[in-house]
Design a protein around this ligand. Structure first.
Ligand code: HEM
Ligand SMILES: CC(C)=CCC/C(C)=C/CC/C(C)=C/COP(=O)(O)OP(=O)(O)O
Length: 313
């Protein structure tokens, strides 16, 4: 059964309804180029990383500038992605409605907006949090908007496995905000998001294969085919299942996390299995949507486990 996008699929309906946003207030257009929903989940992983770094409540004097700074720099990197990719975005059905291809925001205004976000975000982190977190967050911005967007995305089908490091870094940023050091447990949280990213993105890329082929972006389903990509998704969900056990095995988290992680990873595996062996028209998009719920719930469970069942040293 074909996984490819059709005229009538739900995404096209979303795209159509987005085009009616032409009269949206200007601030909404600027907000949109910051990829607000992606950044909200990134910030949640940073917040959980921060809370996991120490027992008890996080001082607000650290929490507020840290979350704000990570939010601003992540938003800036998303806006750079919109600026750099505007030509290819204009040609893809999923992205053609975006403010830059549509001319609702000019490139020069987007650059000024991005520069402001970056400057304020970096300064907040450097002055009110610590230089280590400021530089690490800036490396996330460079990783996503320069290394991934300007180079990897157009160069190799492994673009997102390598570029995924930038999106996986926020739990470490949260952690270093409160401790000013890079702890192995923080790197374990990074590894969780890093392993989650390929099945998250490739599920969408299967659904949008023709879009990417049209603009010559070498996403895995374009270069290696849909079947191969489904196998990779399945293998990564197996890997994610194993990585998901480690926080419990190293006594970073307790049984509540273990139950949550095993349940979520089994559901993710079931989606990947169905996608590989018994796919229907919408299975790829359903897998993509579930991936977002998966990561969100996984990090909420980590947090609940941390506060409800503290591990005594
Ligand atoms: C290299 C890594 C990644 C790639 C290539 C990728 C790719 C994508 C793409 C293409 C979309 C669809 C966006 C749209 O339709 O506007 C998307 C959606 C999303 N991604 Fe990712 N993603 C990556 C990493 C992440 C990470 C690390 C997170 C969070 C921790 C994340 C969270 C989300 C969320 C929440 C959405 C839904 C956004 C919405 O509904 O508008 N992604 N991702
Ligand atoms: C500072 C810091 C921690 C930065 C975070 C980086 C960040 C915003 C990662 C999100 C990853 C993402 C949405 C990739 C999709 O880009 P795409 O160009 O493949 O997708 P698109 O076609 O929807 O634009």
């Amino acid at each position: 059964m074909s996984e490819l996008v059709t005229e009538t699929d739900t995404e096209s309906v979303v795209t159509e309804s987005m085009s009616t946003k032409a009269q949206a207030p200007l601030w909404r257009e600027y907000y949109e180029i910051t990829k607000p929903r992606v950044v909200a989940l990134l910030v949640l992983t940073a917040l959980v990383g921060m809370c996991m770094a120490m027992p008890g409540a996080i001082p607000w004097q650290i929490m507020v500038p840290s979350i704000a700074g990570i939010w601003l720099l992540s938003s800036a990197s998303a806006a750079i992605n919109h600026i750099v990719d505007q030509q290819i975005d204009a040609k893809m059905a999923r992205t053609s409605h975006r403010p830059l291809p549509n001319g609702r925001i000019t490139t020069s205004k987007a650059i000024v907006f991005t520069a402001m976000l970056s400057l304020i975000g970096f300064t907040m982190l450097y002055v009110w949090v610590n230089p280590l977190t400021a530089w690490l967050t800036l490396s996330g911005l460079v990783g996503y908007s320069v290394i991934y967007t300007m180079y990897l995305k157009r160069a190799t089908p492994q673009n997102i496995t390598i570029g995924g490091l930038a999106g996986a870094i926020p739990p470490l940023l949260g952690w270093t905000s409160v401790t000013n050091e890079i702890h192995p447990h923080a790197l374990l949280l990074v590894l969780l998001v890093f392993t989650w990213t390929p099945p998250h993105f490739w599920a969408l890329a299967i659904h949008r294969r023709d879009d990417y082929a049209k603009v010559n972006i070498p996403m895995l389903p374009v270069t290696h085919g849909i079947n191969f990509t489904k196998t990779q998704i399945l293998l990564y969900t197996v890997l994610l299942f194993i990585v998901g056990l480690i926080p419990y095995l190293v006594e970073m988290s307790n049984w509540l996390y273990l139950i949550g992680a095993v349940t979520l990873n089994l559901i993710f595996l079931a989606y990947a299995w169905k996608l590989k062996f018994n796919a229907e028209k919408d299975t790829a998009m359903q897998t993509f949507r579930f991936s977002i719920i998966h990561l969100m719930v996984l990090f909420v469970v980590l947090l609940a486990d941390h506060y409800l069942l503290p591990i005594n040293p």
